[in-house]
Design a binder for this molecule. Structure first.
Ligand SMILES: Cc1cc2nc3c(=O)[nH]c(=O)nc-3n(C[C@H](O)[C@H](O)[C@H](O)COP(=O)(O)OP(=O)(O)OC[C@H]3O[C@@H](n4cnc5c(N)ncnc54)[C@H](O)[C@@H]3O)c2cc1C
Length: 414
């Protein structure tokens, strides 16, 4: 794969840009692979990438029913942070955040990681106390967070109205090295790296059944024919329970639509990410100038990649209290994705009742930030059968009552 560099750009500029190669090969399926990963979202691609990089396993197919990154990975609001409460969550989210710091250099692909700082507003006494608890927990876990005053909130984000009519701002949980990254670029950069290691990224190929013999996986049937494998990773977010059913087991997740919207682009006015959990909304400004706004999840199970209209109204109404200047902007686009929610709001990274099948799902409304960390841990689990990053997130925890409760840290959940 040709390296991207200033030298390469200059050289190509002098030769009419005829020497660039496609970023990844449009692969056709082979008869058999060591490992098949279902789902070319960020988590599936990161798993394949770290299987190759850390364990030298490259006979891998990543199978995608639509287009690469076309699931939640290309639909999210890109917030990256690691200020969770439980040790197991902090370990995986911080691993991920720290991998994001150098991901562009590592992949030789600009994922536009921008550690501009994430603040989670405290707008009730309850929220204030729970964020203070998180700050103390984070101090013990070695995560750099602090609780900041309303005046500091205003300093960091001048467009905030701190004396709002219903919920004045009482302070915020601030993570200075949290931020955002370009979602498509994360998928594209990982796909390019996988392809350059010789893996097959196969798009427009839907898995419609899973083949097992003696309770062990032997392959999958797809819209491009049967493909055999020794191990199978299901990394399909909102569609995970459908794939689990094909393999003959059930998952404790619900699939619901979560939606977001962007306004028309405006001049730079906000260089931090703000989450307002009480009124329920979160916002950052994209490099193009659009205000990127995240809304709530629908309260009913469905698979349509749209969201309900009332959520747009609720989210915008809530945010206008905190950011009155928003009332003068027009909405440009709105979209939804299908997220996979567990009861404790923590992911599942686990082996399954079927031999050779591993599952990575349950990231719900907050898995973009976890892509490199999850890929790192899940690759280790698939390659060796064990990963300290994944231990706490096994499927058995639901049977054994060992929940990793993140319903506070994941309140708005991004
Ligand atoms: C509106 C919205 C806002 C969000 N905001 C944030 C945020 O700010 N920060 C954050 O950290 N997270 C956020 N998230 C959550 C985040 O997007 C997801 O947790 C993450 O992208 C999940 O990645 P994934 O790779 O597991 O899934 P996906 O990207 O959904 O990839 C799964 C892939 O599997 C494919 N697939 C499914 N079934 C099959 C099949 N049968 N055969 C082949 N392929 C199949 C799908 O087509 C899909 O491409 C948000 C989500 C949404 C919807």
């Amino acid at each position: 794969m040709k390296r991207y560099s200033t030298f390469a750009v200059v050289k190509e500029a002098l030769s009419n840009h005829l020497g660039w190669k496609r970023a990844w090969v449009a692969a056709k399926p082979k008869a058999k692979y060591d490992i098949i990963i279902i789902g070319a979202g960020g988590h599936g691609l990161a798993t394949a990438y770290y299987l190759g990089k850390n364990f030298g396993v490259t006979n891998i197919a990543i199978i995608e029913k639509g287009w690469l990154g076309g699931g939640n990975t290309g639909r999210n609001t890109t917030i990256i942070r690691s200020n969770y409460l439980q040790n197991a969550s902090v370990a995986i989210y911080e691993k991920s955040r720290s991998l994001y710091e150098n991901l562009s250099q590592e992949l030789n692909f600009n994922v536009m990681f921008s550690p501009r700082g994430v603040m989670m507003l405290a707008q009730t006494q309850h929220e204030l106390r729970s964020y203070l608890r998180t700050v103390h927990a984070n101090a013990l876990q070695g995560i750099e967070t602090e609780f900041i005053t309303p005046m500091r909130v205003k300093e960091l984000c001048p467009i905030i109205h701190i004396a709002g009519p219903r919920y004045p701002i009482l302070g915020a949980l601030w993570q200075p090295r949290g931020g955002t990254a370009r979602h498509d670029a994360v998928a594209w950069g990982l796909a390019r790296a996988c392809s350059s290691m010789g893996m097959d990224v196969i798009q427009q190929c839907e898995v419609n059944s899973i083949k097992t013999t003696n309770a062990k996986v032997v392959g999958v049937n797809t819209t491009k024919g049967a493909i055999d494998c020794n191990k199978l990773g299901i990394v399909a977010a909102g569609h995970s329970s459908l794939l689990a059913e094909m393999a003959g087991f059930r998952l404790p997740i619900e699939s619901v639509a979560l939606q977001a919207l962007v306004t028309e682009p405006i001049k730079p006015c906000m260089d931090v990410v703000v989450m307002a959990n009480t009124v329920h909304g979160y916002m950052s400004q994209s490099d193009k100038g659009e205000m990127v706004i995240g809304g709530g999840a629908d309260s009913f199970v469905n698979y349509s990649q749209r969201g309900s209209f009332h959520h747009i109204e609720e989210t915008v109404r809530a945010l206008i209290e905190t950011f009155p200047m928003l009332s003068r902007l027009k909405m440009l686009r709105q979209w939804g994705g299908i997220v996979d929610m567990t009861g404790d709001r923590s992911p599942i990274l686990s082996n399954t009742p079927v031999g050779g099948i591993y599952i990575n799902c349950g990231w719900g409304t907050g898995g973009f930030k976890a892509i490199p960390g999850s890929g790192w841990g899940f690759a280790e689990l698939m390659a060796t059968g064990h990963s300290s990053l994944c231990n706490a997130f096994s499927l058995n925890r639901f049977r054994e009552g060992r929940f990793v409760d993140e319903s506070v840290a994941a309140g708005v959940a991004h």
